[in-house]
Design a protein around this ligand. Structure first.
Ligand code: ATP
Ligand code: MG
Ligand code: MG
Length: 576
C-alpha cells in the first residue's frame, strides 16, 4: 500500500496522527444501501480501509440508511459481500439508523442551544430565502425564514409533533440555524430532519420513525458517535466540511476530521444507478452483474480479481483531483495483474477438426505441460491423439509466403505436442465451409533431425477416455457503448449501445488441464480473494494466444456446463 506513504493521505495523517487522545485511527466506509457498488466505490473502500490498515487502525462498514426509499435487503448483502471480496474486514458493521434515537436527542439539544428551528415553508419559499432561482442558480438576495426566530419552546413542541406523525411531507422540517451571511451555501440553514414522501417502511426500523435525518444532520454526528478519527469522503463534500464542523461544534461533541479526495470515474460506460436500471429492465444486459458493466459485482463476474482492482486504484493514487480513466487503461492494469497470477491452458474458440492420417486410431501420447512460465504453478498432462482441434482462424485453404500457420503443404507446431504437423488436404461441406483438415505427423525417421516450425498454435485432442475436450460456451465482451461518453449521445445513452458488444462461442473446447485448475483455485499467487472459498469467481486462466478467461457463475459445479467469460484479451486490441 505504497500510496498511503505519500501525498494526500500522508498529509491527512500528519494533521491528526495517533496520539494519547486518539490511540487508534478509525475510519468508516459509508455506502447507502440503495444500489450495487461500482468501480468508483472501490477507491472509497481502498482509501478508508487501507488508510486504517496502514496505521494499525480500524474501519467500520456503516450503512448510511437515512432514506428508506430505495433501500433494500439485497443491497446490504451485496455491499457486505463485495467489501469482503476485496479483502477487507470491517471492525464492525453499523447503520446510521442505529443512531436515530441519539440523533433525535441531539437534535432537541440543538434546538435548545438555539441551533435549529422547525420550518413550515414550501420548497419554493426555501429556495427564495436561499437566494436561489427555479433552476437552483444562486446569487439572489438571501433572507431569513419567518420561522427562524420562533421561540425555542415552540420549535421543540413542533419537532415532537413531527416525530409523532402530526405532519405530512413538506408541512414541517427541522432546519439548522446557521449563518446566512456566510458565502458558503452549506451554511444557509440546512435541513436536518425531513418527513419522507409516501409510506415506505424503513428496512430496519419499520414504521417507527415518521421523519428521517438528512445527510447533513446524520453523517458528521454518526462519525462523532462512532469515534471516527478521519472521515474521508469525495470532493463534492468539500463545502460541507464547514457545516460538518459547525454541527459537531455546536453540539459540543467529539469532532472527527473530514478530508476530501477526488472521485474515480471510468469513461465509456455509465455508472449511474438510474441508467443501469434502464439497461437491465430493457434487456440490454443480463443483470446488474453483466460482465460489460462496471459495478463491482459485474467485474467480479467477468473474472477481474480483487487484487487487480486494488492495484489499479493504487497505481492511480489518491489526490484531490477527480480521476477519469478510460476502460482500456483499466483493462491494461487487469491484464498486467493476470499475467503473473493465473495458470495457462489451451482453449479453442472455433474448433476445426484435424485428422493426423498417419497415426494409429488409438495413438496416445501424454504431454507434460507446465501451467505457467512460473514453476510455482506446477505442471499437468494433456493427451495427444490422432484427432485434434485447432482454431479455425489458424487454417487457410490457400497458403502464401507471409503466412506461418496451417495451410496445405505447410508445417506448424502444436504447442507442447511432441512433433509438428503438415496439412495434406481438406474437406468442405456443401456451403463451402471447411469441415476437416488432413495432416501428417512430422516425427523424424531414426537419425533425422526434427523439423523446427516457425509458429506454434494451440490445440485440443479428442480423447473420450480423458474427458477431452471439455466443451464450453465462451462469452467475449467488448465495450457496451461505442463512444467514450455515452451520456453525451444526442439520442441518449441507449442510442450509443454497440449491438455487437458480446460475442458468444457456443462450441468452444478446453484442454483437460481445466479440470485440474478447477480443483486448485484460487491460486497461491492471487493474494486477495476475501473470505470466499471454493468460489467459481476464482477460477481464472490464460487461454494461450487468445485471452484471459474466468468461469461464469452460471456454470455447473461439475464439467457438464462450462461457461467462460473473457476477462480481457491478451493484447490491447480493443476487443475483436
Ligand atoms: P453514486 O451516486 O455513484 O451511487 P454515492 O455517493 O451516492 O455514489 P454512496 O453509497 O453514498 O454512493 O457512496 C459511499 C461512499 O463511496 C461515499 O463515501 C462516496 O463518497 C464514495 N464514492 C461514491 N462514488 C465514488 C467514486 N466514483 N469515486 C470515489 N468514491 C466514491
Ligand atoms: Mg449511491
Ligand atoms: Mg451518497
Amino acid at each position: 500500500d505504497a500510496m498511503f506513504k505519500v501525498g494526500f493521505l500522508n498529509d491527512v495523517y500528519q494533521e491528526r496522527p495517533i496520539s494519547e487522545t486518539h490511540p487508534k485511527i478509525r475510519t468508516r466506509f459509508p455506502p447507502e444501501p440503495n444500489g450495487f457498488l461500482h468501480i468508483g466505490h472501490s477507491k472509497a473502500i481502498a482509501v478508508n480501509f487501507g488508510f486504517a490498515r496502514h496505521h494499525g487502525g480500524e474501519c467500520i462498514l456503516r450503512f448510511d440508511d437515512t432514506n428508506p426509499a430505495g433501500e433494500e435487503e439485497r443491497y446490504y448483502n451485496a455491499i457486505r459481500d463485495i467489501v469482503s471480496w476485496l479483502g477487507f474486514k470491517p471492525v464492525r458493521e453499523t447503520h446510521a439508523s442505529d443512531n436515530f434515537d441519539r440523533l433525535y436527542e441531539l437534535s432537541e439539544e440543538l434546538i435548545r442551544r438555539d441551533g435549529a428551528y422547525v420550518c413550515h415553508c414550501t420548497k419554493a419559499e426555501v429556495r427564495a430565502q436561499r437566494g436561489e432561482g427555479e433552476g437552483g442558480q444562486r446569487g439572489g438576495q438571501r433572507f431569513a425564514c419567518p420561522h427562524r426566530t420562533r421561540p425555542i419552546e415552540e420549535s421543540l413542541a413542533e419537532f415532537r409533533a413531527m416525530r409523532d406523525g402530526k405532519y405530512k411531507t413538506g408541512e414541517a422540517a427541522l432546519r439548522m440555524k446557521q449563518d446566512l451571511e456566510d458565502p458558503n451555501p452549506q451554511m444557509w440553514d440546512l435541513f436536518a430532519w425531513r418527513i419522507p414522501e409516501g409510506e415506505k417502511e424503513h428496512h430496519r426500523t419499520g414504521s417507527k420513525y415518521k421523519m428521517y435525518p438528512t445527510y447533513d444532520m446524520a453523517h458528521g454526528v454518526c462519525d462523532s458517535i462512532e469515534g471516527i478519527t478521519h472521515s474521508l469522503c469525495t470532493t463534492e463534500f468539500e463545502l460541507s466540511r464547514v457545516s460538518y464542523e459547525w454541527l459537531n461544534n455546536k453540539l459540543d461533541i467529539y469532532r472527527p476530521m473530514q478530508r476530501e479526495y477526488g472521485r474515480l470515474n471510468i469513461t465509456g460506460t455509465v455508472l449511474s444507478k438510474r441508467k443501469i436500471i434502464q439497461l437491465v429492465k430493457e434487456g440490454h444486459v443480463r443483470d446488474w452483474d453483466d460482465p460489460r458493466l462496471y459495478t463491482l459485482i459485474a467485474l467480479r463476474r467477468r473474472g477481474v480479481p480483487p487484487g487487480a482492482i486494488l492495484s489499479f486504484v493504487n497505481e492511480l493514487g489518491v489526490t484531490k483531483a477527480v480521476t477519469n480513466v478510460q476502460m482500456v487503461r483499466f483493462d491494461q492494469s487487469v491484464r498486467q495483474y493476470l499475467e503473473t497470477t493465473v495458470p495457462r491452458l489451451m482453449v479453442v474458440l472455433e474448433p476445426l477438426k484435424v485428422i493426423i492420417d498417419d497415426l494409429a486410431d488409438d495413438h496416445l501420447e501424454m504431454c507434460e505441460v507446465p501451467f505457467s512460465k512460473d514453476p510455482v504453478f506446477g505442471t499437468h498432462t494433456v493427451p495427444f491423439t490422432k484427432t485434434v482441434y485447432i482454431e479455425r482462424s489458424d487454417f487457410r485453404e490457400v497458403d502464401s509466403a507471409d503466412y506461418f500457420r496451417l495451410a496445405p503443404g505447410k508445417t506448424v507446431g502444436l504447442l507442447k505436442a511432441p512433433y509438428p504437423i503438415t496439412a495434406t488436404s481438406f474437406e468442405k461441406d456443401s456451403n463451402g465451409v471447411v469441415t476437416v483438415v488432413h495432416a501428417k505427423y512430422e516425427k523424424p525417421a531414426e537419425g533425422e533431425p526434427a523439423i523446427r516450425p516457425k509458429t506454434f498454435i494451440h490445440w485440443v485432442a479428442e480423447s473420450p477416455a480423458h474427458n477431452s475436450p471439455i466443451k464450453a460456451e465462451v462469452r467475449a465482451f467488448n465495450p457496451l457503448f461505442k463512444s467514450e461518453d455515452p451520456s453525451a449521445h444526442p439520442g441518449g445513452f441507449l442510442a450509443d449501445i454497440d449491438p455487437e458488444s458480446e460475442q458468444i462461442y457456443h462450441g468452444a473446447m478446453i484442454e483437460t488441464g481445466f479440470e485440474d485448475i478447477s480443483k486448485s483455485a484460487p491460486w497461491p499467487k492471487d493474494a486477495a480473494e476475501g473470505d470466499v472459498k471454493k468460489n467459481k469467481h476464482c477460477i481464472r486462466f490464460q487461454g494461450m494466444r487468445t485471452a484471459y478467461y474466468a468461469v461464469d457463475r452460471e456454470s455447473s459445479d461439475d464439467l457438464s456446463k462450462v461457461i467462460l467469460n473473457r476477462i480481457v484479451t491478451l493484447k490491447d486490441t480493443q476487443g475483436k
